[in-house]
Design a binder for this molecule. Sequence first.
Ligand code: MEV
Length: 318
Amino acid sequence: MEPERVTSASAPGKVILFGEHAVVYGEPSLSLALDRRIHVQARRAQTTSVNGEPLDPQRHAYIDRAIDLASDHGAVALTTRSELPSSGGVGSSAALSVAVVAAVGSLSGRVVGPEGIARRAFEAEYATQGSASPNDTSVAAAGGAVLLAPALRADQEFLWRIGKGERAWAVHRVHLPELPLVVVNTGSRSRTTEQVARVRRFIERNAFGRDVIAEIGRVTMEGVEALKDGDLRRTGSLMTRNHELLHMLGVDSPQLSRLCDLARRVPGTYGAKLTGAGGGGSLIVLTEDRDAVLAAVAKEGVTSFAAKASRTGVEVTG
Ligand code: MEV
């Protein structure tokens, strides 16, 4: 008898340094994969299950769609393990979609390479959220620092292009030095679908909202330049500016804003902003004194960690 085949895959979470929400409308974004991952194992089964329970299309919406897009429609038993907070603004749903597509695709012999995985995982995110950019899924697939731009940029390393409807995003790898970042998780869960819908309603009704989106795009490209020059002071003040613009879009929260202010007051801090969809979730702090920021926010009863970037994107074994 053939031994039962088990495939395993993992994918990293991410922080968005610049450009969340605006990237949905074709503006650029810059993100960094984290060294915290989601791990998925897949094997053939009689019925599809997740961690021993029957798959529930509502509760396991991302997984359900990711399986559909990667499998040959045979049932699979999945086991998942996460090092990321869920709904925490650090890309857990994208890492999960990417790792499921990779593990199930490998089991079915269907999906090859980070680009194919990124495409299918983006479709799974888009279908689940009703709207999305390929930012989070591309970062989870590619690893490292990733720039999405509306068109190919000759000054960056091109990875792939992903389109949806009338929009297309060119995905690039950017080479950044290690950045002294702290991630602070508010513990308040943030649902990307709701925050993306909130921004859509706002910009559909307000020309001002569309100006804010365009301004986030400019700040993002200035941020890319500042990072290329190794200018952390400028990078930090652009991050703070990006946060103010996200506040105008309505995706800040009193807790996020208070924690950003607190972190900015710590000597050695260059800037702070919410990261991801907002409304809760996480913020990132660029600072020379990570220990002091970690100590300052610990008093607020939130969890935080010194962010380490990962060059490794999706990994598949078996
Ligand atoms: C969420 O991590 C990032 C958003 O820009 C949504 C997306 O790009 O799909 C808010």
